[in-house]
Ligand binder design. Sequence first.
Ligand SMILES: Nc1nc2c(ncn2[C@@H]2O[C@H](COP(=O)(O)OP(=O)(O)OP(=O)(O)O)[C@@H](O)[C@H]2O)c(=O)[nH]1
Ligand SMILES: [Mg+2]
Length: 175
Amino acid sequence: MFSNKHADIKIVLLGDCGVGKTNIFTRIFQNSFSLESKPSKDIQIVTNNIMIEDRVLKAQVWDTTGDRRFASIKKSYMQNAKIVIIICDVTRKSTFNNIEKWATYVKNYADPHAKIIVVGNKSDLHNLREIQSQEAATLTESKGLPYLEVSALNSMNIELLYHSALAEGYLKLLA
Ligand SMILES: Nc1nc2c(ncn2[C@@H]2O[C@H](COP(=O)(O)OP(=O)(O)OP(=O)(O)O)[C@@H](O)[C@H]2O)c(=O)[nH]1
Ligand SMILES: [Mg+2]
């Protein structure tokens, strides 16, 4: 609830190894990108206080690892997650085939009413696409999930993604 002047909103980035979770995270918070980023071995968390009217919204964003070996730890990362961003890679169709797996994961371990947003990252790699925008949008929307394409490399829609996640979180607090 958003009854007092402070409220927390936890946003978790999920998705297969190498889809770009860490680079989206660093693009949001440091405006940086690395072509040589290493697979994440642990989580990183950033907390961001945002004033909305006279209230302080404390947004906590979690970058997780796609490595299966960390799956059991990741369950605890999901606790109280209000917004989950499932990240896919438009150059690897298999990452879209795993949306269902991640959505089930969210249902089992996050807040049961967590809002899911599906993201197709690496939209800058036009020639390497394995899935076109329209097909990706149709696929995710058929599962009742919203879809947005981004690029951590050239920043396309990264700000929009973060603001959409915050807006969804805010709406949840008002509900
Ligand atoms: N061209 C392009 N490459 C990207 C983009 N985002 C990430 N990459 C590259 O994809 C690779 C993996 O990115 P990461 O951000 O480390 O992926 P991750 O999802 O955090 O991976 P794990 O931590 O292993 O789960 C890196 O080589 C990045 O440079 C993008 O938008 N465009
Ligand atoms: Mg990572």
